[in-house]
Design a protein around this ligand. Sequence first.
Ligand code: 0L1
Ligand code: MG
Length: 258
Amino acid sequence: MTGVTEMVDIAALATRLDDAQRFARATPQLAEPLTVDDAYAVQAASMRLRYARGERRVGIKMGFTSRAKMAQMGVDEMIWGRLTDAMMVEDGDTIAIADYVHPRVEPEIAFLLKAQLVGKVTIPQAVAALAGVAPAIEIIDSRYQDFKFSWTDVVADNSSSSGFVLGAWGDPAQSIANLGMILEIDGQPRQIGSSAAILGNPLRSLIAAARLAEAAGDPLKAGDIVMAGGATAAEALAPGNHVRLSVQNLGTAEFSVK
Ligand code: 0L1
Ligand code: MG
């Protein structure tokens, strides 16, 4: 279903989800049947509230780009959300669990753009627009009770976007199509996968991001970060955890939880 529904109070839903995120307080699933356009309109309106408080858009995240993630959440279509500077966790830093509702982590690859990337592009065009690629951990946090939601619920909730940790940027010309990825929590491997799980090649996720962001009137530009999506299922976080991602040839990213 597409089109914005007149009966849906986009602003009220945006405020509700924004409050749930700000105050780390879970909210029930949305009772309103939203169209895809309604859901993205709620997301955009909730992000405007964050920008009005001084947060700066720094890029976008792609979600449900691997079979493992789709299976974990019972969906079969990609989603996307916005990233802000307030979501960035420095490599090696510590986050406070109290700032989140029920956070989880997933192993990803991140891209840094040196030029705009809009519309329908090829893999060589996407690579030419890159300044770097990096190992990245996404901290997702659904604002819905029990981490339960419909596809449109999660889109409205900025696709569970909550935090991200970036390792060092590496050469964007290297092949990233099939890199081994190990996500460890407290020194124990919890998820082992390959970057190939992300649409067969994470660059395909970047290409989808360019198309979807432009179609939404929020095109990718130089300096933007794009998170390609989880290569494996996500893992729940608990206080005291140390999380470390190692990506073959790319390096590591890590953080702790208090
Ligand atoms: O792959 C993703 O990042 C999807 C995030 C939204 C669903 C979830 O919270 O697991
Ligand atoms: Mg993700």
